[in-house]
Design a protein around this ligand. Structure first.
Ligand SMILES: Cc1ncc(COP(=O)(O)O)c(C=O)c1O
Length: 343
């Protein structure tokens, strides 16, 4: 595999930090927990999409695009990061937002990522939940083309083989850092949605024989669907990147037990994970992705899945910019949950 032959823009601040979470580890009494800080990729407040956008937007520029089109849920982090990249390169940006969650309030509608999309100058359009968003983007691209623009469509979450290359390289970055720091990784855990992050990691781990499992905590889909989505994208990415070996189903590990009531709706376990991580480590998670990922890790530690000699890396994929959109539920959790005082 020669990733260097793919066009790439340098947008993210890399490598992102890798460090232990000693107080959270002690509180849980399980394995040593480390965190890989992809919430610190830089532009627009950071997050996992920046690695994918390095390849996607380079491809857009190679094709002569002057406009980026993408889609996501109303509070999409991917939309925010795409809007910021477009702004930084002088490209127009159109985002179609799906009203995927029922019963939202004015914070959800206008604060958090929506506010930031607007600050970055993106053109926002809304569609009801359940809309065929891929078709909506194709239709918009046709309209823009008729107006003389040169649009480039980025799929939701930046999750296609081009975008997933960003996480093939991230797997190698993590392995290099772990080696330098004397860390032997027993498991890598993260929140998994549109599957590009996990698919890229699985390809990187498999191809470079990095020797640790990648566990995706599903934030939306049930187990069978998420496993199939990740496996398909990992296989497509491996083919695209020229990896001869291919990916087997057992290389894709999914836990769909922490979705809770549904996409974008945090349950008590996710709210506890957010508060515990904030109060033990000063690290901000979010209620849609990284909080569910951490809830999954905490839940599995409490079930005794890891020994105290093991070392688990939590990939922090970002998302804290959404917190103001969830003000009421987070305010209540902050009041309900106890202070965490450990030495
Ligand atoms: C903060 C955050 N974490 C995790 C994910 C999931 O990544 P992926 O869609 O590549 O599975 C996303 C995707 O939108 C995200 O915004």
């Amino acid at each position: 595999m020669q990733i260097a032959r793919f066009p790439r823009l340098r947008l993210a601040q890399l490598p992102t930090p890798l460090h232990p979470l000693p107080r959270l580890s002690r509180l849980l009494g399980g394995p040593e927990i480390w965190v890989k800080r992809d919430d610190c990729t830089g532009m627009a407040g950071g997050g996992n999409k920046m690695r994918k956008l390095e390849f996607l937007v380079a491809d857009a520029q190679a094709q002569g695009a002057d406009t980026l089109i993408t889609q996501g849920a109303v509070q999409s982090n991917h939309a925010r990061q795409t809007a910021a990249v477009a702004a930084s390169l002088g490209l127009a940006c159109h985002v179609i937002l799906e009203e995927r969650i029922a019963d939202t309030d004015e914070d959800y509608a206008g604060n958090g990522n929506v506010l930031l999309d607007r600050l970055f100058g993106a053109e926002l359009q809304y569609r009801p939940g359940g809309t065929d968003m891929a078709a909506a983007m194709v239709e918009l691209a046709e309209q823009l083309r008729a107006e003389g623009r040169r649009p480039y469509i980025i799929p939701g979450g930046g999750s296609n083989p081009v975008g997933a290359l960003g996480y093939v390289t991230a797997a190698l970055e993590l392995a290099d850092q772990a080696r330098e720091q004397g860390l032997v990784i027993d498991c890598l855990v993260h929140g998994s949605g549109s599957a590009g992050t996990q698919a890229g990691l699985v390809v990187g781990v498999s191809h470079y024989r990095l020797g640790f499992p990648v566990l995706g905590i599903s934030v939306r889909a049930p187990h069978e669907r998420q496993h199939a989505n990740v496996l398909k994208l990992a296989r497509d990415t491996a083919t695209w990147a020229g990896c001869p070996a291919g990916i087997t189903p057992d290389e894709v590990l999914v836990d769909a037990g922490y979705v809770g009531p549904g996409y974008g709706v945090p349950d008590e376990r996710t709210l506890e994970a957010i508060v515990l991580t904030a109060r033990t480590e000063g690290v901000l998670l979010d209620p849609v992705y990284s909080g569910k990922g951490m809830a999954g890790l905490i839940g599995r530690i409490r079930q005794g899945e890891f020994t105290s000699h093991q070392r688990v890396v939590f990939l922090h994929t970002g998302g804290a910019q959404v917190l103001p959109a969830y003000r009421k539920v987070l305010d209540a959790a902050a009041a309900d949950l106890p202070q965490v005082i450990t030495t």
